[in-house]
Design a protein around this ligand. Structure first.
Ligand SMILES: *[C@@H]1O[C@H](CO)[C@@H](O)[C@H](O)[C@H]1NC(C)=O
Ligand SMILES: *[C@@H]1O[C@H](CO)[C@@H](O)[C@H](O)[C@H]1NC(C)=O
Length: 286
């Protein structure tokens, strides 16, 4: 009898787990009238005043769990420049790194502003900022807590990497564009889905640094290393999807021949490839 009820309990757990895997995990803000709008806010983190800009979908639905995407700016940048976008012919990025244009009302964007225009993350204070933002936003808005993402170029890539290292259970995937280890890597022993993009001619943060960052997650995610190292195909980027990774922890790497720039294009195209690559990587998770 006891064995039989254990078997039934076991079956119930299997069924519940299977349901959990397919259903969105709703944040506390689901079903509530939104108390956050598309505008700039301030919060106090470790006694310091911190600014961030929120961007809700034009057709925000309080009952639909949304993706939550953090977009961190580059050194000398600002949250406002991420919102506005910068001239892509002068090394800038499209608004929200081009992701809002692809999101079709499915994503909420958090655009944090750095202290001294960067992400030094002294004593982990920018990770604490991230933690507080997740809590504040998810209490007010409807987020799928399985679908939190982070991206950025350069220093913003460094900050996304720091988030992957320190908050592997919070963040579903990161996209690091021409990053370096500038914001630290506290932890860094757990798998996180990882998209990396770097140029072989990067004169600011060299490509070997970008490859080392990628290789941490190739290892953590259990993927099979690729040898020889992928190279650009002339003027075109080359995308490598790693094989053998643990279920749910893919790694994609894009190598191009360009310099330190988030808006590289392939030959014959005027559309930067980072936005679609990033969006495809993030939206494979449901
Ligand atoms: C955007 O989302 C709406 C509503 O889900 C859908 O009907 C429409 O086809 C989508 N558009 C694109 C371009 O994916
Ligand atoms: C790349 O940058 C790192 C970190 O600044 C440095 O230690 C390394 O020597 C550089 N490697 C090359 C090949 O320039």
């Amino acid at each position: 009898m006891a064995r039989r009820s254990n078997a039934i309990l076991g079956l119930a757990l299997v069924v519940l787990t299977a349901i959990g895997a397919v259903m969105a995990e709703k944040s506390a803000g689901c079903g509530k009238e939104p108390t956050i709008k598309s505008q700039q806010y301030t919060m106090t983190v470790n006694g310091k005043s911190r600014q961030y800009i929120m961007k809700l979908p034009d057709r925000y639905d309080k009952d639909t769990p949304h993706k939550l995407i953090f977009t961190w700016h580059q050194r000398g940048g600002s949250a406002q420049k991420i919102v506005n976008g910068e001239n892509i012919n002068q090394g800038g990025a499209l608004p929200y790194y081009g992701l809002n244009a692809l999101a079709n009302n499915t994503a909420i964007f958090v655009v944090p502003n750095g202290l001294n225009s960067g992400w030094a993350n002294s004593g982990g204070e920018d990770i604490t900022f991230f933690d507080q933002l997740v809590k504040t936003v998810e209490d007010a808005l409807c987020v799928d807590t399985n679908l939190r993402f982070s991206t950025g170029f350069s220093y913003g890539g460094a900050m996304s990497y720091a988030v992957a290292c320190a908050r592997p259970k919070v963040i579903r995937a990161v996209a690091v564009l021409s990053g370096g280890v500038l914001s630290g890597c506290s932890g860094g022993n757990d798998p996180v889905a990882y998209y990396g993009q770097h140029g072989t001619s990067d004169s600011v943060l060299n490509v070997s640094g970008g490859r080392q960052m990628r290789d941490k997650f190739v290892k953590n995610n259990g993927c099979t290393p690729v040898s020889p190292e992928p190279q650009p195909n002339g003027a075109n980027s080359v995308k490598t999807v790693y094989k053998g990774c643990k279920e749910g922890y893919p790694v994609t790497w894009v190598i191009h021949k360009g310099d330190h720039n988030p808006s590289q294009t392939d030959s014959g195209s005027s559309t930067p490839f980072a936005p679609k690559n990033t969006w495809d990587f993030f939206s494979q998770f449901t």
